[in-house]
Design a protein around this ligand. Structure first.
Ligand SMILES: [Zn+2]
Ligand SMILES: [Zn+2]
Length: 381
């Protein structure tokens, strides 16, 4: 089956919400359900809709599909497309299929007519891992272990897929090329195109006696644990590439890579933009008027800050080097402290008198607010 854009299959936009995707899937799977729809082609559409939803319905698989054009799962791969991620071939099943059809339409515009040799070692798929970090861990970094499932080379057969003691033989359908000629009806007319051989899945080899452990695939899914050092100063959405921590390659090719995507939890106290950390500091109006020295929270511990006399609300102070580390380059960013001046909400009698005296000394007469004194009376002040 020719690979189709999964969003098109479900008839949704690329930025559709998970909810919209679910709705579209429900509608279409009902429409094409083989029990309900006996029109020719309905069953194929039903299958395609289900396959599309398997990927797009899962936010993680969807993110991977958006980025790499494939999910790295059991589905057919999407050949490089317009170059693929980093211009490398995604090995394994169906690799190159889409591209070859594309090439035969447009004279190789897609990938320069590149046709991977199916029997050559191919690097395995890249995987994605989302890691959620506490605000402080993103700033200071940490060492941690992660565990995930990936396809590994089968130990029983050494990755050949053949029963130990036997060897794969040349594929009888494609004679070892890994490709077959297929006539397809397209909107542009009848075309001959090359497709990956459906017998050997492009490997050019047929396995007569399959390895019992891996069922002939040469790979087995294994739980895989690795140590990860999160660098100090990572930010939301940043990625880290770990070589060879992806899935096993075909024909003894190297493992793909693992991309760790960092998600950073927000902090209740701080905000962060790159290496700069923002902090809001409430001070009272007497401190603002007379000046003071206060302790200010930073991610590196409390720091003393001099508030000059006559500080206005909204004034920002800079605490040099008290921000997050810069990922590239030396040292830390700054913490920016913005003060907000708090007006007292409850005044006792002495405070009120003092303020009246203050007003008088300033040559002003302040009427005060009746409501507040009413509350005072109710409270028995
Ligand atoms: Zn095996
Ligand atoms: Zn074949």
């Amino acid at each position: 089956m020719a690979e189709q854009d999964l969003y098109e299959v479900l008839g949704v936009a690329k930025d559709a919400s998970q909810d919209d995707i679910k709705k579209a899937y429900r509608k279409l799977s009902k429409k094409y359900h083989p029990d309900l729809n006996h029109e020719p082609g309905a069953e194929d559409k039903f299958k395609a809709v289900n396959e599309a939803y398997e990927t797009l319905g899962d936010p993680q698989k969807r993110a991977q599909y958006d980025q790499f054009g494939s999910t790295g799962g059991q589905q057919q791969g999407f050949g490089g497309g317009a170059g693929g991620f980093g211009g490398q071939d995604f090995g394994g099943f169906g690799g190159g299929g889409f591209e070859d059809i594309f090439s035969s339409f447009f004279g190789g515009a897609g990938g320069g007519g590149r046709r991977p040799n199916p029997t050559a070692p191919q690097q395995g798929r890249d995987l994605q891992y989302e890691m959620t970090l506490k605000f402080e861990d993103a700033i200071f970094g940490k060492k941690t272990n992660i565990t995930y499932n990936r396809e590994e080379h089968c130990e029983t057969c050494g990755g050949s897929g053949a029963k130990p003691g036997t060897s794969p033989v040349t594929c009888s359908k494609c004679h070892g090329s890994g490709y077959i000629q297929v006539q397809t009806n397209t909107p542009l007319g009848r075309m001959m195109s090359q497709q990956v051989c459906d017998v050997c899945h492009g490997t050019g080899k047929e396995i007569k006696e399959k390895c019992a452990t891996c069922g002939g695939s040469g790979h087995t899914e294994q739980s895989h644990s690795i140590k990860v050092t999160v660098p100090a100063g990572v930010e939301e959405g940043q990625q880290m590439r770990l070589q060879n921590q992806g899935e096993a390659g075909a024909n003894g090719g190297p493992y793909g890579d693992l991309f760790i995507i960092f998600r950073v939890e927000p902090s209740d106290e701080f905000e962060r933009d790159g290496a700069t950390i923002y902090f809001k500091l409430p001070i009272d109006f007497v401190q603002a008027a007379l000046g003071d020295e206060v302790a200010v929270k930073t991610v590196h511990g409390d720091v003393k800050l001099k508030i000059p006399a006559g500080t206005q609300t909204g004034t920002t102070f800079r605490l040099r080097g008290k921000g997050a580390p810069r990922l590239r380059g030396n040292g830390n960013g700054d913490e920016r402290v913005t003060v907000s001046i708090q007006t007292p909400t409850k005044l006792n009698k002495g405070q009120k008198e003092a303020l009246k005296t203050f007003a008088k000394a300033s040559g002003k007469s302040v009427a005060g607010n009746g409501k507040s004194s009413l509350f005072d009376k109710l409270r028995g002040v």
